[in-house]
Design a protein around this ligand. Structure first.
Ligand SMILES: Cc1ncc(COP(=O)(O)O)c(C=O)c1O
Length: 427
């Protein structure tokens, strides 16, 4: 009945990443109404600094009530977006990169979240059946966002625990060879910096490898930098555009580097659907701007956010305080798990830890990983994201989110994971 496009399996809806959410929805934890419900640790949401945004809104009722400007906002908007919003968004993107990169509002394309930005880039840069290389483990939503409607193929660049999941020359070469064996033309490499699910930033060495690789193979680089504002610890974040702007020999790749960002993670407003593409490629900018009419940000949201982002003092304070809160939360999780011998990859960013649960695996297989995942959700009432759904090649790793719940809930979740490990050791 339906088209092949609509029913195509590459959406990834049956992945344990989405199945875990369904389980959670059947029995969600609530400290008062349902204390024995499932705690959601599979959702990379930031709820730690809502109070700051709420108090800004309370202080600025005239703006947030849209009283004077209702008619103007309600009328038709063109797909270029409100100029004042683009200006403030560009300034914010520079600010969270410590002003090491200057964003030009004329090179920004607005999209409905990073989801839409990533898909738009795939539409613009590759034909159906062409490929992008993506380091693993990666955000499970990419199978849907990059492949499903565009027909673009993903070739994994496999990274390993032996070097803390760093990207190497040989892993890039191997992936490129795999694409050639499959007779797929490689159009680019897609990186996530800071990484979801690793919670780490890419090193200068990795970024240089990627830039040189893209120059040699004459391909694009897409850098999803949606977690930039969540970097709470050293080493500091380095954007790919900071690096290419500082190098003379990188000038010939200038027009093939495209950055994606959004306000979903650092400002914790995924429901507002605010995303962007940033590029130095005029042809790409023109095509992506035309495409953005399929996923615009409402003018009401643009207006409100232009005022919030325009309050520089507030934003500077927000970014600093939010980072401090994230650092504290991550510490609770890392220290709690360490007490029962569970190690997390050393992270400096993100809303999650990449947790090594190999200790509780009955065998070194993905079947054993799924068994542990089912036990965690069914008996210990926590939804986490198994590494296999992030295309990790080593069984036993899990992404565990820490920023979408109250501190007491996180402490309870840690106690539940500790109980799992203690009970496993006792059997
Ligand atoms: C790496 C990455 N890119 C994109 C997205 C989608 O973000 P948005 O809510 O802005 O569409 C996510 C969401 O989790 C993500 O982790």
């Amino acid at each position: 009945m339906l088209s092949k496009k609509a029913t195509c399996k590459s959406h990834g809806q049956d992945s344990s990443y989405f199945l875990g959410w369904q389980e959670y929805d059947k029995n969600p934890f609530d400290p008062v109404a349902n204390p024995s419900g499932i705690i959601q640790m599979g959702l990379a949401e930031n709820q730690l600094s809502f109070d700051l945004l709420e108090s800004w809104i309370a202080r600025n009722q005239e703006i947030s009530g849209f009283k004077k400007i209702f008619r103007e906002l309600a009328l038709f908007q063109d797909y270029h977006g409100l100029p004042v919003f683009k200006k403030e968004l560009a300034a914010y993107m520079s600010e969270i990169r410590q002003n090491k990169v200057k964003f030009d509002p004329n090179k920004v394309v607005l999209t409905a979240g990073a989801t839409s930005a990533n898909e738009t880039l795939m539409f613009c840069l590759a034909e159906p059946g062409e490929a992008f290389l993506i380091p693993t483990p990666y955000y499970p939503g990419f199978d849907r966002d990059l492949k499903w409607r565009t027909g673009v193929e993903i070739i994994p660049v496999h990274c390993h625990s032996s070097n803390n999941f760093r990207i190497t020359d040989s892993s890039l070469e191997e992936a490129y060879k795999q694409a050639q064996n499959l007779q797929l033309k490689v159009k680019g490499i897609f990186i996530t910096n800071p990484s979801n699910p690793l919670g780490t930033t890419l090193t200068i060495n990795e970024l240089n490898l990627i830039i040189n690789f893209a120059i040699n193979q004459d391909i694009h680089i897409v850098s999803d930098e949606i977690y930039t504002g969540t970097v709470f610890d050293s080493p500091r974040f380095i954007s790919i555009i900071e690096l290419i702007s500082s190098k003379e020999e990188s000038k010939n790749i200038w027009s093939r580097v495209h950055v994606v960002s959004s306000l979903s993670k650092d400002l914790g407003v995924p429901g507002f659907r605010i995303g962007m593409i940033y590029s130095n490629n005029d042809t790409l900018l023109a095509a992506a701007t035309k495409m953005s009419s399929f996923g615009l940000i409402s003018s009401q949201t643009q207006y409100l956010m232009s005022k919030i982002l325009g309050d520089k003092k507030f934003i500077r304070n927000y970014v600093k305080e939010n980072r401090r809160r994230l650092r504290n939360r991550q510490k609770i999780l890392v220290c709690g798990l360490k007490k029962v011998g569970i190690r997390c990859l050393k992270g400096n960013s993100g809303l999650f830890c990449w947790v090594d649960m190999r200790l509780v695996l009955k065998s070194d297989t993905f079947e054993a990983e799924m068994e542990v995942w089912r036990e965690i959700i069914g008996e210990y009432l926590i939804n986490v994201c198994p590494g296999s759904s992030c295309h990790c090649v080593e069984p036993g790793w899990f992404r565990v989110c820490f920023a979408n719940m109250a501190k007491q809930t996180l402490e309870l979740a840690v106690a539940r994971i500790q109980a799992l490990v203690i009970n496993f050791n006792a059997t």
